[in-house]
Ligand binder design. Structure first.
Ligand code: FPP
Length: 247
């Protein structure tokens, strides 16, 4: 799905939040302190995204590969997430922010699943601003989950495989009811997508920021949006085809 972003302002920004560990190391602090400061940067970026008029902000908070980190770090990340959700609920209800969780829900700790489901349900009707939290997320597992659901629908006779096209396929992705990201930002100077929204970012612009995630502030966000505003999105066409006809 292609987006109708107006005034060169993205409608949907997705962020690969990277560099918490390096931030902590640079400050002589334990890794978990980097994550704690990273959680504060999450809060800041939610506020910035709303102020800057975005409609969707999707954050890569925990990948399917992140389970392989040391046990204490995984546990600390889950505790931070739990605390973040607890703190956010009031804010989300007050500012009418909808939460959408993207990922293999059922493998998360039960108390976090419950909190996520509760927050999703209580914010489901808000339409102005949506936060996507990618948790236990990976693009490849997302595609496999979609393929399984499609195969089941075909078996049940509710989907005709011969007529399956991408417009129908995308509805089976975790992001089925969200537009594709216009802009993907990765912080910390790394230049890769790390299994994040690989199908959805087929036509996204990518901005690689040198800033470590805990230091990512409103100015860094605006710099990414300024960079995006300079891009020409051609979706396979030529530059000339995109020019409006002369009147
Ligand atoms: C990458 O830093 C960051 C993550 C593992 C995920 C993002 C987590 C947070 C921002 C903290 C809590 C999130 C929420 C939603 C409350 P890294 O550890 O890979 O950094 P490094 O590459 O410098 O080691």
């Amino acid at each position: 799905m292609q987006n109708d972003s107006t005034n060169n302002r993205p409608r949907h920004v997705a962020i690969i939040m990277d560099g918490n560990g390096r931030w902590a190391k640079a400050h002589g602090l334990p890794r978990i302190e980097g994550h704690r400061r990273g959680a504060q940067a999450v809060q800041r970026s939610l506020e910035a995204a709303r102020d800057l008029g975005l409609q969707y902000l999707t954050l890569y908070a925990f990948s399917v590969e992140n389970w392989n980190r040391p046990k204490e770090e995984v546990q600390a990340l889950m505790e931070l997430l739990d605390q973040f959700l607890k703190d956010q609920l009031k804010h989300m209800l007050k500012h009418k922010i909808r939460l959408r969780v993207l990922g293999r829900y059922h493998e998360l700790p039960k108390h976090i699943q419950d909190r996520l489901r509760d927050t999703e349900a209580r914010t489901a009707d808000f339409t102005d601003f949506t936060v996507g939290l990618a948790l236990n997320y990976g693009s490849r597992t997302e595609v496999v989950d979609a393929a399984r659901a499609i195969a089941k629908a075909a078996q049940a006779g509710t989907l005709d495989p011969d007529n399956l096209d991408y417009a129908q396929f995308r509805d089976f992705l975790y992001t089925g009811d969200m537009p594709d990201p216009d802009l993907v930002i990765r912080t910390s100077g790394e230049s890769r997508l790390s299994n994040f929204l690989l199908l959805q970012s087929a036509y996204s612009e990518i901005h690689f920021s040198q800033v470590l995630w805990p230091d990512f502030d409103r100015a860094s966000f605006e710099a990414a949006l300024d960079d995006y505003a300079q891009r020409e999105r051609r979706y396979g066409k030529t530059s000339e085809q995109l020019q409006p006809p002369e009147s």
